[in-house]
Design a binder for this molecule. Structure first.
Ligand code: DX5
Ligand code: ZN
Length: 217
């Protein structure tokens, strides 16, 4: 089954509890939590305290924390202590990603690696064995509601051809149409913000994506 992870970046911040309750009732297991530091990306989002509040209110939901930060290492402890179940860092950050993966996994948390659209997929090959998830950005990170960059699917195909067999996720512009393209290319995990939180029937969107045929290698 495809793993759909709604991104709260697209949720109504003034009704966040109700919005999360709605998607939780769609049967999702993970919530995607986009953290932006206004340096690595030109936007500022939310921090560990909101992560902790969500985990306290929704202990059954797993939190997929996406650190779009120049120095993510400084925040791994804080997010680990506030309920993160997976922490993803960017290969383009200013720290050593192998050290970051080890730091995250020492906390018994899954470690993800992500690359921006302009970064070649080959930077991920040396770390494929060490990390637990790879997140391919299908928009320039920083804002939700952008257009899906279909040429990023080549990165997904190359990772599968290189023998990467663990969680492979995409983030940005994923909806019922682009989800088909992403899953056909080899993704098994979908970060979806606008397409879920702004949907008339979020449950229908989630269920239809979850039932898409998974890549079988
Ligand atoms: C970009 C953000 C978005 C968000 C999902 O930095 O990470 O990709 O999660 O955006 P949409 O609304 O396109 O699903
Ligand atoms: Zn994200």
């Amino acid at each position: 089954m495809i793993d759909v992870r709604p991104s709260i970046l697209a949720a109504d911040p003034l009704n966040l509890e109700k919005e999360i309750e709605n998607v939780k009732n769609c049967g999702i297991e993970w919530l995607h939590f986009d953290v932006m530091d206004a340096h690595f990306v030109p936007n500022l989002s939310f921090g560990p305290s909101l992560c902790g509040a969500i985990k306290k209110r929704f202990p059954g939901l797993k939190l997929d924390v996406h650190l779009m930060m120049e120095y993510p290492g400084k925040y791994i402890d804080a997010f680990a202590e506030n309920g993160a179940d997976c922490i993803t860092v960017h290969c383009e950050c200013k720290e050593n990603v192998n050290d970051l993966i080890a730091m995250i996994q020492r906390k018994d948390i899954l470690a993800g690696l992500s690359i921006k659209p302009g970064t070649d997929v080959s930077v991920l090959y040396p770390c494929m064995d060490a990390c637990d998830l790879i997140l391919i950005m299908t928009v320039e990170p920083g804002f939700g509601g952008q257009k899906f960059m279909e040429d990023m699917m080549e990165k997904v195909r190359k990772l599968r051809q290189a023998g990467y067999g663990k969680a492979l996720s995409v983030d940005g512009g994923i909806n019922l149409d682009t989800a088909v393209t992403a899953v056909e290319a080899g993704c098994d995990t979908l970060v979806m913000g606008t397409a879920v939180f702004r949907a008339k029937d979020p449950s229908d969107v989630v269920q239809r994506c979850r039932k898409m045929e998974k890549y079988e290698g």
